[in-house]
Write a protein that binds this ligand. Sequence first.
Ligand SMILES: NC(=O)c1ccc[n+]([C@@H]2O[C@H](COP(=O)([O-])OP(=O)(O)OC[C@H]3O[C@@H](n4cnc5c(N)ncnc54)[C@H](O)[C@@H]3O)[C@@H](O)[C@H]2O)c1
Length: 282
Amino acid sequence: MDKVLVYGAGTMGVGIAQVCAAAGKTVFLVGGLERAEEGKEKVASELNRAVQKGKLTAERADRVLEKIIPITDISEILSEVDLIIEVIIEDMAIKKEVFRKIEELKPKPETIFATNTSALSITELAKVTSFPERFLGIHFFNPAPVMKLVEIVKGLFTSDKTVIKAQAFVESLEKTPIVVKESPGFVVNRILVPMINEAAYALMEGVASAEDIDKGMTLGANHPIGPLALADLIGIDVCLAVMETLYREFGDSKYRPCPLLRKNVRAGFLGRKTKRGFFIYE
Ligand SMILES: NC(=O)c1ccc[n+]([C@@H]2O[C@H](COP(=O)([O-])OP(=O)(O)OC[C@H]3O[C@@H](n4cnc5c(N)ncnc54)[C@H](O)[C@@H]3O)[C@@H](O)[C@H]2O)c1
């Protein structure tokens, strides 16, 4: 699968576009609410940083950047795209609307539809299309250029052929796929985000400061990053959306979202992307 449409140019869309371009794929990048050019600029500054650190040559950075084509009108390119990866806000209704719109524009018959959702039902999303067997989750982790794992999430309708193609695609990006059956939060977020939620409870209850909670988990549990700093990296809005999905789907009070997550989201303190979350970023 050499031609990819990345639909959404936020934190993850930009990272996924960079990963695909670095593997030589042609990437059509379309913004969600932002302009696709802004997404390409973010990739350019990321690559620039790598060049300055001596991790990448300027020629290689240029070659990667050339592979990213910002677009506004997806109808012009849908007939050539092998894979569509949706990477917009974690909201079932908005994601459904995007997939409906894409299908109306008639992509080629073998195109695979993928969502980068953190926790939502693949089966429910797939059902808005008329080819749910070609629909699955391809779930990258943040930051996409760094994190090695990709969860391949098989909905109830996803065919084995689609899964095999997705595995080969992920391997071509030099990432490691694991195949996961559809279940709320899949594997990693089902385990990871409740831990972040618990850290938010500890902070809310005044058990320790944010710094000390993170110090506790980095030095005491050998985590490379503390749970609150990780929430800021992921996006507190994304963490809240995952907890809401786990709570709703399992109906188990152990997944109740911490009110502090909600309070931060209401205030617009979403983490690194808004320069303020549990910590402040200059
Ligand atoms: N942040 C993470 O660590 C992470 C990791 C893996 C998966 N994800 C998932 O990836 C997806 C995107 O997350 P993100 O972190 O990039 O979020 P983000 O907030 O950085 O970007 C959100 C994107 O959605 C678009 N958007 C927002 N409202 C929209 C609307 N009404 N209509 C159309 N587009 C809209 C924005 O323009 C932007 O492109 C989500 O499903 C999220 O759960 C996030």
